[in-house]
Structure formats: C-alpha cells, structure tokens
Design a protein. Structure first.
Length: 157
C-alpha cells in the first residue's frame, strides 16, 4: 500500500502532523503538496493525488482542506475516483468496506487524534465485496460512463 496525501493551505498544518504519523506507522506515502500555509487552490492538489491513483503511483489518497468538501467534490470529478468526505472513523471504515473508496477527504478543523483514528480506520479496512455493495458501485460507474458519453456526443455535435 502506498498513500498519496495532499492539502490546501488550510490543511497544511494537519497534513504535516499526519505525515509524521504515517512515518511512525511505517506507511509508505507521497506528499503532493501544498508545502506551506500560503493560499492555494485545493483543486490542483486534489487532482495530483487522483492522477497518482489512476496512474498506479499510489493506491489510496488522503485529502485535507478547510472543510474537506471542496477536495471531495474535485476528486469525484475524476474518472475512476471514489472519494468519501468523512468526519469519523466509522464513516472512514464504511467508505472502504461498503463503497471501496480509494480516497478520503476531511476537514483541517479535526483534532489530530480524530484524524489518526480516521486514517487508521480507512487504511486497515477492506472492501467487503458483498453483492449489494458491488451492485451499487457498478451503478455509480455506469452513471460516470453515461456522463462521459454525453460529453463526447456534445463535442461532436
């Protein structure tokens, strides 16, 4: 397992703490930025992690911004990405077990111990693969593919 991690300026301090935690746990990761508290657009950093997942450079992603919402919206615009905005370790675990989320995002307002619990729950959980979960994920993928087809039709008109 290799984790991609990124934040915007508001998530930078928590991301730095999370990186230290991942090192202590001997979890391999790549930091895709940002590298300071200077204002940046969260979109750019969410895309870096998503592209790394789609290229196979990393297997899971962690995104941190002010609310976690912007990063999750951006990530979910990328084909092949299933990002869950999570606020608890339970949500994080279920995102993996039920939805096979390959990315999680959360708010920089979380306390450090909450972030650790969320990360642990996510990275130690496995997709359950139950028929109902597979069926639901396939519906998401079909919708994504339908949207892609619609865009291609509009471009050729």
């Amino acid at each position: 397992m290799k984790v991609g991690i990124a934040s915007d300026h508001r998530g930078y301090k928590l991301k730095e703490k999370v990186k230290k935690y991942l090192k202590r746990k001997k979890i391999d990761f790549i930091d895709y930025g940002t590298d300071s508290g200077v204002s940046v657009d969260y979109n750019d950093y969410a895309l870096k992690v998503c592209d790394a997942i789609n290229s196979g450079e990393v297997t899971n992603g962690i995104l941190i911004c002010g609310t976690g919402i912007g990063m999750s919206i951006m990530a979910n615009k990328v084909n092949g990405i299933m990002c869950a905005k999570v606020d608890s370790s339970k949500e994080s675990r279920l995102a993996k077990e039920h939805n096979n989320a390959n990315v999680i995002s959360f708010s920089s307002d979380l306390l450090y111990f909450e972030a650790k619990d969320i990360i642990d729950a996510y990275l130690t959980s496995k997709f359950l693969g139950d028929e109902k979960y597979v069926r639901r994920i396939n519906k998401i993928v079909m919708q994504e593919n339908d949207e892609k087809k619609k865009k291609n039709i509009k471009k050729t008109e």
